[in-house]
Write a protein that binds this ligand. Structure first.
Ligand code: GLY
Length: 378
């Protein structure tokens, strides 16, 4: 076992995994290759294939299915995941509307498929997506632009979770350009989004001609200078993954710094995350998805630190996961979605305190990690 769990922690993880299995099996029978996003009253609101095939979260359902296929070898998970992968071809073909989140979309679908089955068409899809991401690189500013239209110099910290697609492409093709781009981008994000106390900006706006930092808008958090919790989670896990792929020590140190900050914040609120750690004390808005993503990052960090440091990150992750289970999980197999109380962004009511598909993905990945049964999708 990678993590030395106490008997009671292992029992919790095993019991929780059994509930995950029952729930996802029932959901996959209902959903098949539909593309879920947000659930309301136990039913996924829409099929993203019908509403927005380029939506950034469209890889998380196949990601869940590939994790379950890897753990259970049940063909029904594979078939459903493949169905989504084929639907996503339309997004590649249309191209318009694609963004820096192609990592979230194709690491969890085509690349996961290729890693597990060696399917050549899936490999081609993954490389296609990696080239689209690399094509967003700005060599003057040394960053990958995040969004489209007139935002040529905008970079968001979430991007750290997408660049593992470039590390995969470098490994797969042997072409080091993919890694150069990923590391240039990682360095820029590390130097300009992470603050001295371990908190992060969500957005940095750079001059696309020079890379000079122009401003730091609030983005999905409360406002400029605040601390959007999911952004902090993306930094914890994203930098830990960049360390895993490159061995660059600064990335691990950054992941540890942001993780310590994250845990200091969630220790004050019963081990679950507010949407923004620097929002006014009232109103209280939660984002369960930030905690479960950060927990995966902490479990990744735990793999790379000396034994004496390991428990800090494993216990931190377990605290968040157990609190999420107690307060926010719905285990009824007849209802869609496990992790409730996710929030898309601080100021938007439509996606406040709702179950969002990536909350389930990260919760499941974290539990599988504790049991040493995960498959590295990143
Ligand atoms: N852009 C990714 C997120 O909402 O976290």
């Amino acid at each position: 076992m990678k993590y030395q769990l106490t008997d009671s922690d292992r029992q919790w993880a095993e019991k929780t995994y059994e509930k995950i299995k029952t729930k996802i099996k029932a959901e996959s029978e209902r959903m098949g290759s539909k593309i879920p996003y947000i659930a309301e009253n136990g039913v996924y609101r829409e099929d993203k294939d019908q509403t927005n095939i380029a939506w950034w979260t469209n890889g998380f359902w196949p990601g869940i299915l590939w994790q379950m296929y890897h753990a259970e070898k049940d063909e029904c998970f594979k078939e459903a995941a493949r169905g989504v992968e084929k639907k996503l071809d339309r997004a590649l073909h249309e191209y318009t509307g694609l963004h820096h989140d192609v990592g979230f979309m194709w690491l969890h679908s085509a690349v996961a498929d290729y890693r597990l089955t060696k399917d050549e068409q899936s490999r081609a899809r993954g490389l296609h997506a990696a080239n689209l991401l690399a094509g967003r690189y700005n060599p003057r500013g040394k960053f990958i632009r995040s969004w489209n239209e007139d935002r040529a110099g905008w970079v968001i910290v979430d991007s750290m979770m997408n660049i593992p697609l470039l590390y995969w492409a470098k490994e797969e093709t042997g072409d080091p350009r993919f890694e150069y781009i990923a590391m240039d981008h990682g360095d820029t994000v590390m130097n300009l989004t992470v603050r001295g106390d371990g908190s992060c900006n969500h957005i940095i706006v750079l001059d696309p001609a020079t890379g000079e930092l122009l401003e730091t808008p609030g983005g999905q958090g409360y406002g400029s200078g605040s601390s959007w919790s999911r952004g902090q989670a993306w930094a914890v896990y994203g930098f830990a993954l960049s360390y895993r792929h490159t061995g660059k020590r600064d990335y691990l140190d950054t992941a540890k710094q942001v993780a310590s900050y994250f845990l200091a914040q969630t220790d004050r609120t019963g081990h679950v995350a507010l949407v923004d750690f620097r929002a006014p004390k009232e109103l209280v808005y939660w984002d369960s998805t930030a905690g479960v993503c950060a927990a995966c990052g902490m479990l990744e960090i735990a793999r790379h630190v000396p034994e004496a440091e390991r428990d800090f990150y494993v216990d931190g992750a377990l605290g968040i996961l157990k609190a999420t289970d107690e307060r926010f999980c719905d285990w009824d197999p007849s209802r869609d979605s496990i992790v409730q109380m996710g929030t898309g962004s601080y100021h938007s009511e439509n996606d406040r305190h709702v179950p969002i598909i990536y909350g389930d993905y990260f919760f499941i990945e974290a539990v599988l990690r504790l049991l040493d049964r995960e498959f590295l999708i990143w």
